[in-house]
Design a protein around this ligand. Sequence first.
Ligand code: DX5
Ligand code: ZN
Length: 215
Amino acid sequence: MIKIAPSLLASDFTRLAEEVKTIDNADMLHLDIMDGHFVPNLTFGPGIISALRDKTDLVFDTHLMISNPEDYIEEYAEAGSDYITFHIEATNHSHRLIQRIKESGCKAGVSLNPGTSLKEIELILPDLDMVLIMSVNPGFGGQKYIPQITEKIARLNSMIEELNNDVAIAVDGGIKLHNVSEVIEAGADIIIAGSAIFGSENPYEMIKKFRAAGE
Ligand code: DX5
Ligand code: ZN
């Protein structure tokens, strides 16, 4: 069963608590943390996550697009994250960081920029709960899906099948109704979408349509 994770980045920041209520038929809430250093944009931090924690039962999927992720794991765990995902490009100590995330009580994910090879995560794949494939360059919502990512998802899917474990494949960026089937067919388990869901007239209905595309 496909999981839908709307990205809070595309919501109305003046009404966050109401916005999360409009998507309560989703599976996860995707939380984009940007530091103005690893990516050329700034969003929000652990304060917003903990403020939202008791407003919804959705699984909190924290996507750290930050330099030095090792300095912030406990803070984001305590704020209420269920999954913490860091970028493989942001650390030299990915294996250690995965253990730290698990010790903090969260599930561990690693994200890859569009230009980063799957080879980078081959050795840590057995330890991961999620791989988050970026299908746009991280930093902004509303960008266009990079077409060669579909092949990358399919290759990751084969790598995971060979391993015979249950690492989830999440895909993030530029996913709309017109291309969501392509992403699911390639092997995605979690669909992250910002503008397509929060930018629609009726986010609740849009989630249903995304889900139907995976059936
Ligand atoms: C981009 C973020 C994405 C973004 C997706 O850096 O990681 O999660 O919110 O937004 P859309 O779906 O609009 O491309
Ligand atoms: Zn994201």
